[in-house]
Ligand binder design. Structure first.
Ligand SMILES: Cc1ncc(COP(=O)(O)O)c(C=O)c1O
Length: 392
């Protein structure tokens, strides 16, 4: 577990999380615990493969070929018991570009698209930027847990003639791993009303004990036919800067439309090093991933334990996966802007403010726990100390 305890300075590497933090928070002392990447090194075999590829010295146009597709297919089979076909794969530089392509190719201007809020901010822009409209099915927060309001889900689909549903599973920021039952209920409603499903499952590999990730497309042939799934090794293995991801679309008519959109935008290739990293991570990264999950789970438990023991002002929503912890800070009694300023100026911890995930996220903050224990302890101590100062 030493790999995950090592503090590796990232300042000066053009890291969004560390180098942008100073500009964003206007304070050198703020500890960056925001952007969803990790302060851990990627697995050693990936580093070795990248070094070998770099040593080759030529970085011309590179093909993501059938070997890579087979590696992806095998990964989905062994990690998620999902039988796919290499024919269903489309490569993409990232899940955000994929979401833009899917919305543009599978819906029309003026269409209504359903999302479950609070949710990852680009879910709003990938809809609005293309002249489509957002329909919200807000998640219900009760007794410290987020649930789906299925009645509202179906009513909103019917009333607004929704044509597409963008699912986030596991859900960023509330870190729910949707159960088979929940996924079945949602997908049955989508089948009934002919609603296409876009499943952003980028966090699928980061699941804590007692939970299981179920790809929604794996539920049945019918659901598979309606679904395009966005996946990537970049969250799992901390490779976001290498920009390599893929989509799985079993419906060949839909796949053709999506592929055409990628082609029309000139996106036909993947980053050379991204290909090497993806293939090696899927081939040789499993043991590292098991250790990572254990560390993240311990970190989650540490945050829950300390915050709940040491302050009454903040409640931690127990994450079922991901490395993103959603903190209910409403007891602090602050407005959205006051809370943001407080965490920045008083706690000096750089988190994502809940309001950026939508109206329903106001009063909450998102903490990234994918950092060495020393960083995590420092961040949690700062948050608790500041919260208790207010309540004294
Ligand atoms: C749910 C979700 N989707 C997509 C992304 C970004 O994906 P990419 O870097 O592949 O564009 C993130 C990153 O935080 C995320 O949390």
């Amino acid at each position: 577990m030493e790999t995950f305890n090592q503090y590796i300075p990232r300042k000066g590497t053009r890291s969004v999380k560390w180098d942008m933090a100073e500009d964003l928070y206007q304070d050198k002392e703020v500890l960056p615990m925001w952007v969803a990447d990790m302060d851990f090194k990627t697995p050693e075999p990936v580093i070795k493969a990248l070094k070998e590829r770099v040593d080759h010295g030529i970085f011309g146009y590179t093909l993501p070929d059938d070997d890579l597709k087979t590696e992806i297919k095998d990964w989905l089979q062994k990690r998620h018991s999902w039988e796919t076909d290499t024919e269903w794969i489309t490569f993409s530089p990232g899940v955000i570009p994929s979401l833009h392509m899917i919305v543009q190719s599978l819906t029309e201007i003026g269409d209504n698209i359903l999302i479950q809020t609070p949710v990852y901010p680009p879910f709003y822009s990938v809809v609005r930027d293309h002249g489509r409209h957002i329909v919200k099915n807000p998640l219900v927060y009760e007794d410290g847990r987020y649930e789906i309001d299925f009645q509202d889900f179906e009513r909103k689909i019917k009333e607004n003639e929704v044509t597409m549903f963008i699912l986030c599973n596991p859900h960023n920021p509330v870190s729910r791993v949707w159960t088979r039952e929940e996924l079945e209920k949602m997908s049955q409603i989508c089948v009934k009303h002919g609603v296409r499903i876009v499943a952003d499952e980028i966090h699928a590999d980061l699941i804590f004990s007692g939970n299981k990730h179920i790809p929604i497309a794996s539920l049945s042939e019918e659901v598979n036919h309606l679904t395009t799934t966005c996946l990537s090794p970049t969250k799992t293995f901390n490779l976001a800067g290498l920009q390599a991801s893929y989509l799985i679309t079993a419906n060949m008519d839909d796949k053709k439309k999506v592929d055409k959109q990628f082609k029309n935008q000139g996106m036909m290739m993947l980053n050379t090093l991204g290909i090497t990293a993806m293939e090696t991570a899927y081939k040789h990264g499993e043991q590292w991933l098991e250790e990572l999950k254990q560390v993240l789970e311990e970190h989650r438990d540490y945050v829950i334990d300390r915050i709940h023991k040491e302050t009454d002002a903040i409640k931690v929503i127990p994450a079922e996966g991901t490395y993103l912890i959603w903190l209910d800070c409403r007891e602090l009694g602050m407005s959205h802007n006051e809370l943001k300023a407080f965490m920045q100026k008083e706690a000096k911890v750089g988190m994502n403010d809940g309001g950026s995930f939508g109206e329903e996220g106001k009063g909450f903050m998102r903490l990234n726990i994918a950092a060495p224990r020393s960083t995590l302890e420092e961040g949690v101590t700062r948050i608790i100390r500041a919260a208790n100062r207010i309540n004294d």
